[in-house]
Design a protein around this ligand. Structure first.
Ligand SMILES: C[S@@+](CC[C@H](N)C(=O)[O-])C[C@H]1O[C@@H](n2cnc3c(N)ncnc32)[C@H](O)[C@@H]1O
Length: 283
């Protein structure tokens, strides 16, 4: 039996304190995204270590509190987002971006992982998180609905700002992800008509068609309010609809980051609609 003062118990107490305060990590990340710190440090690729005062002067020339910014930067340094550079006399701290921090830098197409961070901390979701325990006690209404009176996607659809943020968040993470998929997967060969179910802005199809010009038509299928905002992409048509009702027919179906959101029964319904959309024997 372990004693109260054993090292294991002490480590456990420290661990539970860290878990209890874990919200400070994503909220600090949210803060640096709101302040656009990554672009200020990156400065077109220099990534020169800057002090909190220098970063503040770049992101908010009218002033602010560099000490508070430094606290946030130090917190995120301990989670690998920034690298801290201490002056020789240990009086000044400067910060550059690590590989993790660089994911927040806006690229030539205006994309980064920053929108994903913001999307995950939007007010509507933040209202739902404290209700997660109720999903156990009363699973008939999900926490998001309890907090916001309607399901997430219909809520986003009615809020143009949230809809735009969702599109941008998905584009920011989908493009680098798809590059890796396309480097290692060749299952799109031989297809002529490919539908992307829940394809958001159509980035994935755009990249697939670029690598496989033999695909004659890409169908970007998503909710009507989402495809209404999707940009024109050569070879791709945007189709609005509901995957729980039907999915446009094609000889290949692609789905990324869709099934993770739904219950097993809902996933079954989506998969049944996929099956009906394919030219398989018996259809
Ligand atoms: C997590 S995002 C994934 C976006 C994209 N596949 C990607 O990986 O970047 C989920 C997508 O599913 C779409 N979606 C949600 N409900 C849908 C429905 N009932 N029918 C069609 N699309 C839906 C959302 O609008 C959103 O674009």
């Amino acid at each position: 039996m372990e004693t109260e003062s054993s090292e294991t118990r002490n480590q456990a107490r420290l661990a539970i304190l860290e878990l209890a305060n874990m919200i400070s990590v994503p909220m600090s990340l949210h803060a640096v995204v709101r302040l656009n710190v990554a672009d200020a440090i990156w400065q077109g690729g220099t990534n020169l270590p800057l002090s909190a005062s220098e970063i503040l002067a770049a992101v908010h020339p009218s002033g602010g509190d560099p000490e508070n910014l430094q606290r946030i930067l130090r917190m995120l340094t301990s989670y690998g987002v920034f690298a801290e550079h201490l002056s020789a006399d240990a009086t000044e701290r400067r910060y550059s971006l690590t590989e993790i921090g660089k994911t927040l830098v806006t690229d030539g197409e205006g994309l980064s992982y920053a929108s994903y961070v913001l999307q995950h901390h939007q007010d509507a979701l933040m209202r739902a998180w404290p209700l997660v325990h109720e999903a156990v006690l009363d699973p008939t209404t999900e926490p998001f609905v309890k907090a916001n009176d309607e399901p997430a996607y219909s809520y986003y659809g009615k809020q143009p700002e949230m809809n735009d943020l969702m599109l941008k968040a998905m584009s920011g993470v989908a493009v680098p992800f798809m590059k890796a998929v396309l480097n290692g997967y060749d299952g799109f060969q031989g297809l002529e008509r490919l539908v992307d179910v829940g394809g958001s802005a159509g980035d994935c199809l755009k990249m697939i068609l670029h690598k496989y010009p033999s695909i004659l038509q890409g169908i970007n299928f998503d909710l009507p309010e989402v495809v209404a905002k999707a940009p024109k992409i050569p070879g791709v048509i945007h189709v609005g609809g509901d995957m729980f009702k039907s999915i446009p027919s094609a000889d290949g179906i692609f789905m990324k980051w869709i099934l993770t959101t739904w219950t097993d029964d809902e996933c079954k319904l989506i998969m049944e609609n996929c099956y009906k959309a394919l030219p398989v024997e018996g259809n």
